[in-house]
Design a binder for this molecule. Structure first.
Ligand code: FES
Length: 186
């Protein structure tokens, strides 16, 4: 004849065990739900599809025929495609550049943003310079600082240019941190 084991006097009653298991499950599920937002935020940060900035990307900006050789600088918008997980938007303005055609189909590109505090510079045909209306910085057509007391800590930011198919002017567009002596990409 079999005997059932004697109850362990140190073991909690069955009702207490059920309550303990219920609480443990609630804590585990709650922890998982709480962890979702930070994890989702990390994914958004790391997912390259969701990065909207075209910083450092090569962008078709103009046709070479729009720039007469030896002519004055001309301002062009920089349009790029912005992509995130849900949308794709073409031709979104992300900045602007001054382009100037030099000899032998060489093209100079300068970011229009003043390195002092981020205002936009304007080309002045009469002065043949770039002028920043915010604090009066002046720059030569190659971007060099003209005024020794210029508030701008560095020349205008030049950008790499590539001529493709003999006619297309592509610019590697990039913004840089204002107020710094060195070009620090942002
Ligand atoms: S922002 Fe251009 S001079 Fe200050």
């Amino acid at each position: 004849m079999e005997h059932s084991p004697a109850p362990d006097p140190a073991a909690p009653p069955a009702g207490d065990r059920r309550e303990f298991l219920t609480k443990a499950a609630a804590i585990a599920i709650g922890g998982a739900i709480t962890a979702v937002p930070p994890v989702a935020g990390l994914c958004v940060f790391l997912d390259p599809l969701r990065r909207e900035s075209p910083a450092g990307a090569s962008v078709l900006v103009a046709s070479l025929s729009a720039l007469p050789e030896g002519g004055e600088p001309r301002k062009f918008p920089v349009l790029a495609t912005k992509v995130d997980a849900w949308n794709r938007a073409n031709n979104v303005p992300v900045g602007a550049v001054y382009l100037q055609r030099l000899k032998d189909n060489q093209v100079r590109a300068l970011n229009v943003v003043c390195p002092h505090a981020g205002c936009f510079v304007n080309y002045r045909p009469g002065e043949n310079d770039f002028f920043c209306p915010c604090h009066d910085s002046r720059f030569a057509t190659d971007g060099a600082i003209l005024d020794p007391k210029s508030p701008s800590p560095r020349p205008l930011d030049d950008l790499p240019v590539e001529i493709r198919k003999g006619t297309e002017v592509w610019v590697t567009f990039q913004n840089f941190r204002a107020g710094e002596h060195k070009k620090i990409p942002v």
